[in-house]
Ligand binder design. Structure first.
Ligand SMILES: Cc1ncc(COP(=O)(O)O)c(C=O)c1O
Length: 353
């Protein structure tokens, strides 16, 4: 198994060996964290919970969080599984449904953890290239796979696939369709989430994360939504106490304060518009993002130098050193001040070259 460990670490988005950028004056726009703090309700609930009760194990089935989520999404708790971040839910899905030699399909480029999880299971990776505009590749509909992943909005492109297309995909895949909605709260308009579709498609799993829109990356909370049978299978694979007492408390309090999350999302949407506009002025192709990051491309030009120049100026963005993405940077939408600092340094690097 050790041959996978290195891959796993490399797959952690934005991992920089030997660096602790969180507390070192870096403007951190490389891992799509939320620049705003979590709700004050979350913070006070955590302070209250940090007492002697921490000697006790947490709820094994995360029922407090599942039942509140069920209420919020108009479902039953049996349709929901809580995970230690949505990464754990992805890992549970791989362990549940992917055996040696099983084919797993997804449009690429996308979230790199899918590759790692399939390698661990010794499954077969079937990447289907996105067309240049990141619309859903037609070939995906006719693939045969035990599992199909769709990251929506996609990372690193930020692009969104419509519910109609997802409905069609869920109806045509041979196995399970997993829609990874880690960034869906940042999408504009109503009715973009696939969660309501789980009522009609027994093979559909939708994943949500509290790391992005709820500003809780440090707490590790995610939810899977699916038909009862799939959730029951996933339950068998999860660790007994997969969410800590504090994570459960934070998750419940976050769902009790949706206006706080929505206000931060609206601020990020506004900054996203400004960032995209200014990057276009600087000559980048900017994909229409519905996430809390944008992908900026200069076709055919390797942007490693620009990424390193920004890093020297204490601005971290995400550079992917893989064929097809070296001409792109993925930039998290920070506060207006952080976006301003990024643009200032970008402009100054351009002037110097
Ligand atoms: C597409 C996608 N899915 C899932 C995750 C993992 O989120 P979590 O922090 O909930 O494990 C990320 C994190 O960056 C992501 O980009």
């Amino acid at each position: 198994m050790s041959r996978y460990v290195r891959k796993n670490i490399a797959a952690i988005e934005g991992y920089i060996p030997g660096e602790q950028p969180q507390n070192s004056g870096f403007v951190k726009l490389n891992t799509n964290e939320n620049p705003y703090p979590p709700s004050p309700l979350v913070r006070s609930a955590l302070r209250r919970a940090a007492d002697g009760s921490l000697r006790l194990y947490p709820e094994p089935l995360s029922n407090s969080l599942r039942s509140l989520a069920a209420e919020r999404f108009g479902l039953r708790a049996e349709n929901i599984l809580a995970g230690n971040g949505s990464d754990e839910l992805l890992s549970i899905l791989a362990r549940c449904f992917v055996g040696q030699g099983d084919r797993v399909v997804y449009p690429v480029p996308t979230y790199t953890l899918y590759d790692t999880l399939i390698a661990i299971q010794e499954g077969e990776r079937g990447g289907v290239d996105y067309p240049p505009d990141f619309s859903l590749p037609e070939a995906l509909y006719s693939e045969r796979a035990v599992l199909t992943f769709l990251c929506n909005p996609n990372s690193p492109s930020g692009t969104l696939v419509s519910l109609k297309e997802i409905e069609r995909l869920a109806g045509s895949v041979s196995g399970i369709l997993v829609v990874d909605e880690a960034y869906i709260d940042f999408a504009e308009g109503e009715g973009v989430s696939s969660i309501p579709l789980i009522r009609n498609f027994p093979n559909l799993v939708v994943l949500r994360s509290f790391s992005k829109s709820f500003s809780l990356a440090g707490m590790r909370i995610g939810l899977a939504f699916a038909a009862e049978e799939i959730i029951a299978d996933m339950m068998k694979v999860k660790d007994s106490y997969n969410l800590s007492r504090l994570s459960l408390i934070a998750g419940v309090a976050a769902l009790q304060d949706l206006p706080w999350m929505r206000r931060n999302v609206a601020r990020i949407q506004r900054s996203r518009k400004k960032l995209a506009r200014r990057l276009k002025k600087l000559g980048f192709r900017v994909y229409p993002s519905q996430a809390n990051f944008v992908m900026a491309r200069r076709e055919g030009q390797n942007l490693r130098g620009l990424y390193e120049g920004l890093k020297r100026r204490k601005i971290l963005v995400r550079y992917f050193d893989v064929p097809g993405l070296q001409d792109s940077l993925r930039i998290t939408v920070g506060t207006p001040q952080e976006v301003g600092a990024l643009l200032k340094e970008l402009e100054s690097i351009e002037m110097d070259t």
